[in-house]
Write a protein that binds this ligand. Sequence first.
Ligand code: G3H
Ligand code: 13P
Ligand code: ZN
Length: 326
Amino acid sequence: MSEAVSYKDLGLVNTREMFRQAFAGGYAVPAYNFNNMEQLQAILLGCAESRSPVILQVSAGARRYADPTLLRYMAMGGVKMVRALGSSIPIALHLDHGDSFELARSCIDSGFSSVMIDKSALPFDENVATTRQVVQYAHARDVTVESELGVLGGIEDEVAHEASHYTRPEEVQQFVERTGVDSLAISIGTSHGAYKFKVGPGEEPPPLRFDILEEVERRIPGFPIVLHGASSVMPEHVATINACGGKMEGAVGVPEDQLRRAARSAVCKINIDSDSRLAVTAAIRKAFAEDPRSFDPRVYLGQAREALKRLIVYKNEKVLGSAGRV
Ligand code: G3H
Ligand code: 13P
Ligand code: ZN
């Protein structure tokens, strides 16, 4: 990447004020991952329509997929598109699961307003050291930083940990004080991907560990908490995928009631990627099943974009409580 650009010149905001308002209002700001134009449009249009603040979330894999320079201009174009519609929703551009100081710095220099440094699989002191390094670089540019304590289960392209473990509440205060981080992702039983729990027919997934969340809240009162792996894996999308030639038996996510409860607590940011992937995949499979002659990407990707926009509005209104806050 050539010259550095500040997120402020792209019309973006960091997450500080977003989280302050979410905490006070008892809701969570949605963080939706995107990799392409249709996802970006659906997220922004869905959040503009439901008047929700939004965190556009980019993983290292997404950055490689879309090209870092193109991504910067896509985000800038997205902001301009939303403003042209007369919407003033706050928009943050956030690095998801950054695994090195160099990656975080590169994102900050290319216009990200917020970054996550994820060294949660390393020993506590190493996690502190790298997080501290990222915080120093980021805060000098008014960029906010998320870090993680505890390890989520589940496997995705960039996020694969062999052994998951819950966050230890007794560590959070020291971590926050030593790093200066702005928000903290914790592990309370969620995991990444579409197969979060093994449940038999008619069984409910095990409840999240709200006792750990409450103990964390007690030790760092008022501090914004982040929930990863928070897709609910909507059964209708899984059913459509399976009915239209897909094979996703046993896909299960976090029940919506538990996400609603989390959103009312100190959890100020809820990460959603798998639900979006499922909505897009279900719509495309359905489009091809209904019209096998279809070959114009604008038709089936357009249907996928509409389905994703509906999902975004639904999540903001009915699950996270972020709708109508702008
Ligand atoms: O938490 C991980 C996100 O779902 C991003 O996944 O690394 O495959 O882009 P990805
Ligand atoms: P899901 O896989 O549950 O959507 O989680 C996404 C996530 O945590 C991105 O960081
Ligand atoms: Zn995550």
